[in-house]
Design a protein around this ligand. Structure first.
Ligand code: ADP
Length: 497
């Protein structure tokens, strides 16, 4: 399967292309629009600035020789006709208005009228601003022929024969507008076609390059993920910090580590489980075979056996049944603890009392081996905060072991000592001890230091103790010297009354 080359779907590439072209077109058209708008404004500003003095000029030139008003107060149309004639010779696009002080149009000289009724009044605010700044600022005023539009203008005040008003000249009249729109249209068409062609060309070039760059890391990641999926569990995304999608690259690498870790754990759990099953079957078989043998003998030789022999056989049978039930109980406890089905119910209780009870319980067993079993508890009463039945189970296993691995005449001591906020619990024996190299493994299930037939154990006792310690967030340590004895020490939080 040559899947490695095709790392990106055509859909993704198509999407990237569409997004890219849309982006370039949007940018291109925004650029054209903004350029056109600003160019237009720029032209208007220049035209206004260049022609700023036109109105002033009209007043100085024309109103010196003749008054704009006749003796009867009406407008001197002849003067304005003359004025119009002069102006049109220079610029056909202007429109001249005579305004009174209030901005009302007294007379207008325009090349051609609109179909709309011309306005009778123009706003004085832009005119005043223009005059105040001597025409140095770009300002738009009302266009009487198109009241909804604003145009560039020149304006100047006059005061003749007691009459005050303004000469108001629209600089970009209708004709100017027509020419300007036409030119702008052509300019836009040219700019549009040119820009579109150039945009397409650059879009294609930059698009290919940027899609290649953008997807470079993505291709690497896809290839890595695919190789991992195909079974190369060691593969990771190299240099995740340098990746464009750093978080994803890191997450993938961490996820791959977790998967590999979990697989390793599952493998080792699986191996241990197989070992446990093999060992348990072996341990179950031995007492069962013994049981079978003695029961059969009792059945066959019932008449020929003496009463003493029968009693002995029954005792052995009984012992082996005990062993079997002991093993099954331990297995049951361990599997429950391992499957995390046990939740400790912590409460305050007296560890002193519990220790007294356990000592009393094991006194008989110890006495059978002539072992001295003592409780060393200098404090009157030690209270701890823990799960009483789990702690009892742990102590029971530890005392059982201490008695089991101590020779006749030895000594087993359970001591309780207050240390700061904890109670230290120490089970010391004068038994066989544990070789140093074996000590780290004794808490693993099914690890027996001495596999000799003499030792009666299944290797589950300490594994159960260890699980109980875990549930109490504490640890157990072993101090042991072969032939001298062992001490198992752990701490439980003291409970203050
Ligand atoms: P077992 O059922 O075999 O006793 P444990 O898990 O209780 O299993 O103990 C694991 C091994 O640790 C034992 O087989 C023994 O070799 C060693 N061990 C435990 N306690 C003692 C002790 N008090 N003295 C010497 N050896 C011990």
């Amino acid at each position: 399967m040559s899947t490695t080359e095709k790392t990106l779907t055509p859909k993704l590439v198509k999407k990237l292309w569409v997004a890219f072209i849309l982006l370039v077109l949007l940018m291109g058209s925004s650029y054209i629009f903004i350029t056109g708008y600003l160019t237009n404004k720029h032209n208007q500003a220049i035209t206004q600035r260049v022609n700023a003095n036109v109105a002033e000029h009209v007043i100085q030139e024309k109103f010196q020789d003749a008054s704009p008003f006749l003796a009867d107060g009406s407008v001197n149309k002849a003067l304005f006709g003359d004025l119009m004639h002069d102006m049109m010779a220079v610029n056909r696009s202007i429109e001249v208005y005579l305004l009174n002080k209030a901005g009302e149009i007294q007379y207008s000289v325009v090349l051609e009228h609109n179909e709309n009724e011309p306005a009778k009044h123009v706003s004085l605010a832009p005119i005043n601003e223009f005059i105040r700044n001597d025409g140095a600022t770009f300002v738009l005023g009302d266009d009487p022929l198109n009241p909804e539009e604003q145009k560039i203008f020149s304006a100047a005040p006059f005061n003749v024969d007691g009459k005050e008003g303004f000469i108001y000249i629209i600089l970009a009249g209708k004709e100017f507008q027509l020419i300007s729109d036409n030119l702008l249209g052509q300019y836009f068409t040219k700019l549009g076609v040119g820009a579109t062609l150039l945009t397409m060309l650059f879009a294609a070039l930059i698009g290919i390059l940027s899609i290649w760059f953008l997807t470079k890391n993505l291709r690497l990641i896809t290839q890595t993920v695919r190789k991992f999926q195909e079974g190369d569990l060691d593969i990771r995304i190299p240099n995740p910090e340098a990746s464009d999608i750093e978080v994803f690259a890191h997450s993938f690498n961490e996820m791959a580590d977790t998967i590999v870790d979990n697989m390793d754990k599952m493998k080792s759990v699986d191996t241990l489980r197989r070992e446990l099953i093999a060992n348990v079957s072996h341990d179950l078989r031995t007492p069962l075979a013994i049981l079978k043998g003695y029961v059969e003998t009792l059945q066959i030789k019932r008449d020929s056996l003496s009463e003493e022999q029968k009693q002995e056989y029954l005792r052995i049978t009984h012992d082996n049944i005990d062993k079997l039930s002991n093993l099954i109980n331990q297995l049951f406890d361990y599997s429950k603890l391992e499957a995390e089905q046990v939740t400790p119910i912590k409460e305050p209780f007296s560890i002193t009392e519990l220790s007294h009870d356990l000592i009393a319980k094991f006194k008989v067993l110890a006495a059978q081996k002539s072992i001295t079993l003592n409780l060393d508890n200098p404090e009157a009463n030690c209270m701890v905060f823990a799960d009483v039945s789990l702690v009892e189970r742990a102590l029971q296993n530890l005392i059982e072991n201490a008695i089991k691995y101590t020779e006749k005449g030895g000594k087993v001591t359970l001591s309780l000592l207050k240390k700061g906020k904890n109670i230290e619990i120490n089970i010391t024996d004068t038994g066989t001890g544990i070789p140093v190299n074996e000590q780290p493994f004794i808490f693993d299930r099914y690890k027996q230091v001495d596999k000799s037939a003499k030792k009666q154990g299944y290797g589950l006792g300490l594994a159960i103790v260890k699980k109980i310690m875990d549930l109490h967030d504490t640890t157990i340590t072993v101090l042991s010297k072969p032939k001298e004895g062992s001490s198992f020490i752990f701490n439980l939080p003291a409970y203050q009354l």
